[in-house]
Design a binder for this molecule. Structure first.
Ligand SMILES: Nc1nc2c(ncn2[C@@H]2O[C@H](COP(=O)(O)OP(=O)(O)O)[C@@H](O)[C@H]2O)c(=O)[nH]1
Ligand SMILES: [Mg+2]
Length: 383
């Protein structure tokens, strides 16, 4: 190599090294020299003069994180389609702002189809927490061959005639069955004990400055909810009969201090349709993975009601939590302001509402709605 070439290479190396050092130490420099910024000069999409803000106005990233001395083995879980991307971004942005930028719990995204590169890219920028994107095994999602499709189709047609929401949808039924019996068995979920279920397009109305997982673990809770309501009876005409049959077969699974009094005013003979709204759930997967729930889900699955009727994961989870755990293991989180269209839970406690800077209107909290089961839950706890 001649001297001139050696000299040029050494100079080039020095420039690259200085560039990297400046990129790591100076946010302003990094922004000004980023490939996308430089590229914008050539593509002409950057007509606005963006004056960089000097570094001294930026807080170090580490200030975002509160010192957390205890953490649970927990994850967020989000079932979504690629087409749910914009709404998923909004939900993650809110939970990050209100809670997770301080706690950094990981995320697991699940879908029966592979997530698109665009989905992964746009979600990944929303948090420093670990994010994993999984595809659901076919046998955990699709209608099993044991289902008589003619009978299932007749059931769907009947529900469409009756105007029942999602009455004609097979994919909705796949989703309900998956959420009832399979999400906690996904390989990406197996390493975790606790989960917080989040859906696209939900809202978190208040700061959440405590760790609900650690609270639940230390206080022996297994299931937490924010909204409770009545189920549409026509989606589960035979479910309660099967629940009663199962309890007769397996009385040993029914907890001593169970919450049957919340589900039934007739000592278990009839179901009052109250359930916890499962689009928000924080729960202990060892309960779903345990013997009682495993047998319960298998029993219900054999009856075919996820397809012949339209059993939801909400009543299935709620009935199991109410019967196979003791009632003081079920937690209502008043502190968590939460909205899933069309209903909102807004903290009843005014101190919480004020201190956690809630954006919801407490007067319009679903707790006081005639369709809410909250008053029944309160009465049950007082009984
Ligand atoms: N991957 C996937 N996710 C689905 C499908 N159907 C529903 N979901 C997800 O399942 C959850 C519940 O569905 P949603 O449409 O919100 O039902 P609703 O809350 O009962 O009205 C959401 O997280 C959806 O993104 C589906 O066919 N595929
Ligand atoms: Mg939803």
């Amino acid at each position: 190599m001649n001297m001139t070439l050696r000299y040029i290479l050494a100079l080039f190396g020095a420039v690259i090294t200085i560039h990297y050092i400046l990129s790591f130490t100076h946010t302003e420099y990094r922004r000004a020299t980023s490939i996308s910024h430089l590229a914008s000069h050539f593509t002409g999409v950057d007509p606005v003069d963006i004056t960089p803000i000097p570094d001294r106005y930026y807080l170090p990233f580490s200030n975002d994180t509160l010192a957390v001395d205890r953490r649970a083995n927990a994850t967020f879980v989000i079932l979504a389609r690629n087409s749910d991307l914009d709404n998923t971004v909004r939900s993650i942005r809110e939970i990050e702002d209100r809670f997770n930028r301080r706690f950094r719990y990981p995320y697991v995204f699940l879908n029966e189809e592979p997530f698109s590169d665009d989905f992964k890219k746009r979600i990944s920028v929303l948090s420093d927490a670990k994010m994993e994107f999984g595809t659901i095994p076919r046998e955990h999602w699709y209608q099993p061959s044991s289902i008589d499709e003619e009978k299932a189709e007749a059931g769907r047609n009947r529900m469409v005639e009756q105007g029942i929401i999602y009455g004609g949808s097979v994919s909705y039924r796949n989703m309900c069955r998956f959420n009832s019996g399979f999400f906690f068995r996904h390989p990406l979920m197996e390493k975790y004990r606790w989960y917080w279920r989040i859906e696209p397009d939900v809202h978190f109305h208040c700061d959440i400055r405590f760790d609900p997982f650690v609270y639940m673990e230390e206080n022996n809770k297994i299931y937490a909810f924010t909204i409770t309501m009545y189920e549409f009876e026509k989606t589960i005409p035979t479910l309660w009969g099967h629940v009663k049959d199962f309890i007769k077969l397996h009385p040993e699974y029914v907890a001593k201090d169970n919450a049957m009094g919340f589900l039934s005013e007739t000592g278990g003979d009839t179901y009052n349709l109250c359930h916890f709204w499962s689009n928000f759930e924080i729960a202990d997967m060892s309960f779903w993975r345990g013997e009682a729930y495993t047998k319960f889900f298998e029993y219900l699955d054999e009856q075919g009601g996820f397809y012949y009727e339209r059993w939801g994961d909400a009543p299935v989870h709620s009935i199991a939590a109410a019967l196979f755990a003791s009632s003081d293991q079920i937690q209502f989180f008043d502190q968590i302001g939460y909205e899933h269209n069309p209903y909102t839970h807004c903290p009843r406690n005014e101190e919480t509402w004020k201190e956690e800077r809630c954006t919801c209107d407490p007067k319009r909290s679903f707790d006081y709605d005639g369709y809410s089961c909250m008053s029944r839950w309160d009465r049950f706890l007082q009984s």
